[in-house]
Design a protein around this ligand. Structure first.
Ligand code: ADP
Ligand code: MG
Length: 632
């Protein structure tokens, strides 16, 4: 504000003289009196110059110039009187002295003329002054207008300044408000800063601590690095040693496989184990001595390999009238398992054989016997999922997975693919079928995997890769469900069909470019019992007869195939049954075979037991050529 007003003040100050004129302007007429006053003041000067004679001569001039009352008009007689010179009263001339008087009058006239001249000059001077004053007044008027314009501008500026001031005040208020907010914010920030400073101090302390620790760690690290360097050297030495050992281990593994195979061959490429199931609750106890398990040559510590069965021939006793002594039938097998033998004990005996499949030898394990003799129990296991009664299939797979895991340490990688089919009345059905195909049979066919291929495959059957026990359990459960769906009231179909669990094993040693592949077959054969010839042949029985004939035919084909292989016949009748056709790659040649002959402990089953034991004995006498590992 002050700044806005300042130039005006300055201007006002600068125009001080002009203002004086401006303010006195309205009194211009007074100015015109100035020469009069001057005249008044200067008037007395005139007499000084002209002397006392002039004082009387002034009056008439002033009269004509309308002089102010300062100079009063003189009476004519007084005016006619001779002028006083030098203040001295002129001496009165005698009336007769006309000449003297004329002289006086001339002197007086001269004085007046001089006086008039002076006054004219003064008048001219005053006029000049007046003109000058008027010019000044005009200039001042113009200046006034300029100043008025300037004043208006200054006022407008002042107004604008006021407005600006108002705006600025509002802005100041707003800024003050913001300042208040900012101050609050600043306080908050200061508080926060304090907090952060405290935190920073804490962090600095921690940092120091960390640095101390780091230093300690660095010291430890440098120690460790030295240790690592020495350990690396050691490791390099160990690696060389390890490579050497791996080489040796591989040599040993190959040697183990060779010896293992030799051992298996010595044990026989066809082996027969006899297993007698226990008497089940509710079943009649067989007479003492009905089944005997004589010890081997090394005494009771020797695993039993002999079995004796006592049979009373009632017909012979009736003919002679005297009860005939019971006939003792002795059998010898590779191993005999009496009723008390557990599943683990049985598996222990076949574990080595199962392992042969990992080494590349096809393996086939059968369970042969009449219905109810314990074939399914041996292969799949007992009811209830009790691990104690787990059968050969889950045990064999667990064993294979674990050995494959061990061999992976030596560079072997194994993969397993499972399938499970049922052969009923010479038709193949997938036991692993799911969804809409579940429980339906008959659509599967056994075909060569490809033109010229030795490998066989079952069309429409599922081949499921497995890598753990859980997956195998799921498959066995599915197979059980599939069998249950197909079961009818009259026909316990599972007993009337062969169940074939096949596991394709493939192994690879990438480092050495070795590969091996072999199938492991676990077969639960159909009940070997013959149909009672005394039975009347109703429609149900006729169907049963057809089934039995089919079973008997396929079982006898199995026997014939084994015989043909044993006798090294040129023709092996694999094609005579679906079972032998499916298993042809796992029978003979490099294959290893094991047959469990399952026997019922009951006396009422003696006839069937004898049949089974006779069939098994025949098989046991077979020797099939030297097995060759299926290695590439
Ligand atoms: P198969 O399959 O030969 O017809 P199963 O395996 O079904 O015979 O056995 C018939 C019955 O005998 C089943 O109840 C089974 O649990 C039982 N069983 C078979 N073998 C044994 C055994 N070694 N220990 C206990 N029970 C057995
Ligand atoms: Mg069964």
């Amino acid at each position: 504000m002050e700044d806005v007003l300042e130039p005006e003040k300055k201007r006002t100050r600068g125009l001080g003289t002009a203002t004086k004129f401006a303010t006195s302007h309205h009194r211009a007429p007074v100015i015109t009196t100035v020469p009069q006053t001057q005249g008044q003041t200067t008037a007395p000067k005139v007499p000084k110059k002209t002397g006392p004679r002039c004082s009387t001569a002034v009056a008439p001039v002033l009269k004509t110039q309308k002089a102010g009352p300062a100079v009063p008009a003189q009476k004519p007689d007084t005016a006619a009187a001779p002028p006083k010179l030098g203040g001295k009263k002129p001496c009165k001339r005698p009336a007769w002295d006309l000449k003297g008087q004329l002289c006086d009058r001339n002197a007086e006239l001269k004085c007046y003329r001089e006086r008039t001249q002076t006054l004219d000059q003064e008048n001219q001077q005053l006029r000049d002054q007046l003109r000058e004053a008027q010019q000044q007044a005009t200039a001042l008027g113009a200046e006034r207008k300029t100043l008025e314009g300037e004043l208006a501008r200054v006022r407008a500026q002042a107004e604008q300044g006021q407005q600006e001031l108002g705006n600025l005040s509002a802005r100041v208020l707003e800024l003050e408000e913001r300042l208040g907010t900012q101050e609050g914010l600043v306080q908050e920030l200061q508080k926060e800063q304090l907090g952060l400073q405290a935190e920073r101090r804490e962090l600095a302390t921690r940092l120091e601590e960390q640095e101390r620790r780091l230093q300690a760690s660095e010291a430890a690290l440098s120690g460790s690095q030295a240790e690592v360097a020495s350990l690396r050297q050691e490791a390099a030495a160990q690696a060389t040693l390890l490579a050497e050992r791996e080489e040796r281990l591989h040599g040993l593994e190959m040697e183990r496989r060779r010896l293992h195979n030799q051992l298996q061959e010595l044990k026989g490429n066809i082996r027969v184990f006899c297993r007698v199931r226990p008497v089940l609750p509710g079943e009649p106890t067989p007479p003492p001595g009905f089944l005997l398990f004589p010890s081997g040559p090394a005494g009771p510590s020797d695993p039993p390999t002999h079995l004796s069965l006592l049979r009373c021939d009632e017909r012979r006793g009736t003919l002679s009238g005297v009860p005939a002594p019971p006939t003792r039938h002795d059998f010898s097998f590779d191993r005999v398992f009496p009723p008390g033998s557990g599943q683990d004990e049985v598996f222990e005996e076949i574990a080595m054989l199962v392992q042969s499949a990992l080494d590349g030898y096809p393996v086939c394990i059968f369970a042969y016997g009449q219905t109810g003799s314990g074939k399914t129990f041996t292969m799949e296991g007992g009811p209830g999922g009790d691990p104690q009664v787990e059968g050969l299939i889950p045990r064999a797979l667990r064993h294979l997975f674990s050995v494959a895991q061990e061999l992976s340490g030596q560079g072997w990688t194994y993969s397993f693919v499972a399938s499970y089919v049922e052969i009923y009345n010479e038709t193949v059905r997938d036991l692993l079928a799911t969804g809409t195909r579940k429980g339906q049979g008959g659509e599967c066919e056994i075909r060569r995997a490809g033109p010229g291929s030795e490998e066989l495959t079952v069309t429409n059957a599922r081949y499921v890769p497995v890598s753990c026990e859980k997956e195998v359990e799921t498959l066995l459960l599915l197979a059980r469900q599939n069998r249950a769906v197909a079961r009818t009231a009259q026909n316990e179909r599972s007993s009337r069909s062969h169940s074939v669990f096949q596991l394709q094993i493939s192994g690879e040693h990438a480092g050495r470019g070795l590969q091996c592949a072999a199938p492991l077959n676990l077969v639960d054969l159909a009940g070997s019992e013959r149909l009672d010839p005394g039975l009347a042949l109703g429609p149900g029985e006729r169907e049963r007869l057809r089934e039995t004939q089919a079973i008997n035919s396929s079982l006898s084909t199995l026997g014939l195939v084994i015989m043909a292989l044993s006798n090294k016949e040129s023709h092996v009748p694999y094609r005579n049954s679906k079972l032998t056709y499916l298993l042809q790659n796992s029978l003979g040649g490099s294959a290893k075979m094991l047959m469990f002959v399952n026997i019922s402990p009951l006396e009422e089953n003696v006839s069937e037991s004898l049949n089974s034991l006779r069939f098994a004995s025949k098989v046991n006498q077979c020797v099939i050529g030297t097995a060759q590992a299926n290695r590439k």
